[in-house]
Design a protein around this ligand. Structure first.
Ligand SMILES: Nc1ncnc2c1ncn2[C@@H]1O[C@H](COP(=O)(O)OP(=O)(O)OP(=O)(O)O)[C@@H](O)[C@H]1O
Ligand SMILES: [Mg+2]
Length: 309
């Protein structure tokens, strides 16, 4: 964890593949927890197609957005608006004329550079659903890569797909720097010839090609860690799903993860959105609010929850 007075903020990104798992709710709630602790927080809504983070804070959609950064060259700090919560600012995506595909690679790198220079202790970036490469690249920008899942098979399968894609891109970025990008792409293109049927077999095949390749991949595997949040649980048995997902990530894909917490289902949450209230402020003593405080603390400390039934 970075010290408060260090220059670049600690970046948390929240993704996970499946739509509607609660990414925006969880991110805005964690932001409020951090801000209430006196940390300077900026939330970025990078769901370029469907920016709605402001709704979870109970404020109107800001008039300025990343569109102004890309089109009018307005500086990023000038696009951060008051979130209605002390210590917390908000910057929204809302790219009207630019589709996510339309953002040039150089523009994307410029945006990432400017995000890392924002004057804040924590920058929390909300991603849209899916595993588009722009979403994955933004996910990989983080110091803490967070995924929000729900106890449903589709959400969990989407998560594995999302994480495999994220690791693949993470590895490819690094191998590209060593001039080895083509080796990976050719291995996948000619996978039948090499008897590669899945992600794990591809990784094993690549590691077997040379010591350099093996070292790079091992380093990339060891610095890749996803922080899992299980949202909308209905029974205490479901808490254990987070442990299973963590074990499967390691056993089948070799990917590290931490299970930082769960949040139970609370029908009041949707009601708050409709009433334009922030749940964490309207119901600070609720069980969900306490669960969110606990998982935010676990993220700050980098610790897993300990679950037993
Ligand atoms: N723990 C919970 N209990 C009950 N409802 C919840 C909970 N978490 C989120 N919700 C509700 O689920 C809906 C989807 O949440 P949210 O918009 O945060 O998901 P999302 O993952 O950001 O979706 P998208 O992929 O579309 O951006 C919202 O209506 C929200 O109120
Ligand atoms: Mg969302």
């Amino acid at each position: 964890m970075k010290a408060i007075n260090e220059q670049s903020p600690e970046i948390w990104t929240v993704g996970g593949g499946k739509g509607g798992t609660g990414k925006s709710f969880v991110l805005s709630s964690m932001g409020i927890c951090l801000a209430l602790q006196g940390k300077r927080v900026i939330l970025i809504d990078a769901d370029l197609g469907g920016a709605n983070l402001h709704t979870f804070l109970g404020i109107n959609k800001p008039r300025i957005s990343l569109t102004d950064f890309f089109e009018k060259k307005v500086s990023l700090p000038d696009l951060v608006v008051d979130s209605g919560i002390k210590n917390m600012g908000l910057l929204i995506g809302a790219i009207h004329s630019l589709s996510p595909d339309g953002i040039k690679y150089t523009q994307k790198l410029k945006l990432f550079r400017h995000i890392k220079q924002l004057d804040a202790d924590y920058v929390l970036i909300d991603l849209g659903a899916g595993a588009h490469f722009n979403t994955i690249d933004t996910f990989l920008l983080a110091d803490k890569m967070i995924v929000v899942i729900i106890p449903e098979i589709i959400a969990i399968e989407n998560l594995y797909f999302f994480l495999k894609n994220a690791f693949f891109r993470h590895m490819l970025n690094s191998l590209g720097g060593h001039g080895l990008r083509d080796v990976v792409q050719n291995a996948w293109k000619n996978r039948e010839e090499h008897d590669i049927k899945n992600f794990t077999q591809l990784i094993d095949y690549l590691k077997g090609l040379s010591k350099t390749m093996e070292n790079i991949i091992n380093t990339k595997l060891s610095d890749f860690r996803a922080y899992i949040i299980l949202n909308r649980i209905n029974t205490s048995q479901e808490i254990m799903i987070g442990n299973s997902v963590k074990s499967i990530c390691k056993k089948y894909f070799g990917l590290n993860s931490s299970y930082v917490g769960y949040i139970e289902f609370d029908a009041v949450i949707s009601g708050c959105i409709n009433k334009r209230q922030s749940y964490m402020q309207a119901y600070p003593a609720s069980r969900c609010a306490k669960e969110i405080e606990r998982l935010t603390e676990n993220l700050l400390e980098g610790t897993d929850i300990h679950t037993t039934l």
